[in-house]
Design a protein around this ligand. Structure first.
Ligand SMILES: NC(=O)c1ccc[n+]([C@@H]2O[C@H](COP(=O)([O-])OP(=O)(O)OC[C@H]3O[C@@H](n4cnc5c(N)ncnc54)[C@H](OP(=O)(O)O)[C@@H]3O)[C@@H](O)[C@H]2O)c1
Length: 284
């Protein structure tokens, strides 16, 4: 069951979405990628995360193709604007291009991909203008640390920031120390990217760890499913694993029904402890 996460405007979304980085890059994988996205949509996972950066628009194009024929109202589409495009001279065209590639006339959520040189005030003003024009329903940010979030919240309309999308997985828990408590306090849910550490590649020891292996055995699931279940177990957090292969997508959706016990979490915490000091924000 997809746990519900509430955005500050009252909108409910499930705690798992579909990551799409690198999707659309290779013509050979295209059919399987579309099947995988549709498998998720057909099984109640209706949040899709993409970005103008991914494959220079190829991911948005692929998503556009995958969602053809689906009821737009039931989807929650997220895309991201590049920092260089996030000022008043470029953002409106960038958003138009994104909408065109996706084949839709609005985004449910538009994120500033990471902090660049355009002042937050200007980006926020533009985001609010895009909302008024009906091009986006709401906006948020990505890769922001606590200092950035403090600055954003001090800007006019900064309190309309809906989410912060950051890297989070069992082997990279830095945000738990102060960033996540801060955003939680401000009613800003976290979207966790790389929730399965890019198939374990980001932290080699994750998949080989005794803790992960034992829990996988206990539930008859794979170590990757343990990683995803750990993220899905967090409060006020949405995981957006990317699975270009249907069999992976299927396994990921199965994780919505896995509830790790307190004992499991203690075992994982012992091997991959929560941070005890402020850590720099990980991006890989
Ligand atoms: N805001 C940002 O700056 C930012 C940065 C990075 C990512 N993101 C977003 O977050 C999404 C997720 O991050 P990510 O794609 O980097 O990493 P990820 O979701 O942690 O890992 C994706 C990799 O794990 C594999 N995988 C997925 N499920 C699996 C399973 N059940 N068993 C075995 N392998 C599995 C995938 O294989 P297959 O694809 O072959 O199935 C793929 O190689 C991205 O796609 C993107 O939408 C955002």
């Amino acid at each position: 069951m997809n746990k519900k996460i509430f955005l500050s405007d009252g909108t409910e979304i499930g705690n798992m979405g579909i990551g799409t980085w690198y999707m659309g890059d290779s013509p050979n994988n295209r059919n399987e990628e579309i099947k995988s996205i549709r498998y998720a949509l057909d099984h109640g996972v209706t949040t899709i995360d993409t970005a103008e950066m991914y494959g220079n628009g190829r991911s948005e194009l692929l998503v556009g193709e995958a969602i053809k024929g689906y009821d737009r109202k039931k989807l929650f589409i997220i895309s991201k604007v590049l920092p260089n495009n996030a000022g008043k001279n470029r953002i409106f065209q960038a958003c138009e291009n994104t909408l065109k590639r996706l084949g839709t006339d609005y985004l449910d959520l538009y994120l500033l991909h990471w902090r660049g040189f355009v002042p937050f005030e200007e980006t926020i003003e533009c985001m609010e203008e895009l909302k008024r024009k009906g091009k986006i329903r709401r906006w948020g940010v990505s890769n922001m640390d606590i200092y950035d979030m403090e600055e954003i919240l001090e800007c006019p309309d900064g309190e309309n920031c809906c989410v912060n999308q950051v890297l989070y997985h069992l082997g990279s828990r830095g945000i738990e120390y102060s960033l996540k408590p801060f955003t939680d306090n401000h009613n800003i849910p976290t979207i966790a990217y790389c929730p399965v550490a890019q198939g374990g590649r980001l932290r080699k020891k994750l998949l080989d760890s005794a803790a992960v292996k034992n829990i996988a055995e206990k539930y008859n699931i794979t170590p990757i499913q343990v990683l995803l279940s750990f993220v899905l177990n967090q409060e006020n957090m949405i995981a957006i694993p990317k699975a270009a292969q249907v069999k992976h997508m299927k396994e990921n959706i199965e994780c919505l029904d896995i509830k790790l016990s307190q004992e499991d979490l203690e075992i994982l915490n012992k091997e991959f402890p929560a941070p005890t000091r402020k850590m720099p924000l990980d991006i890989e």
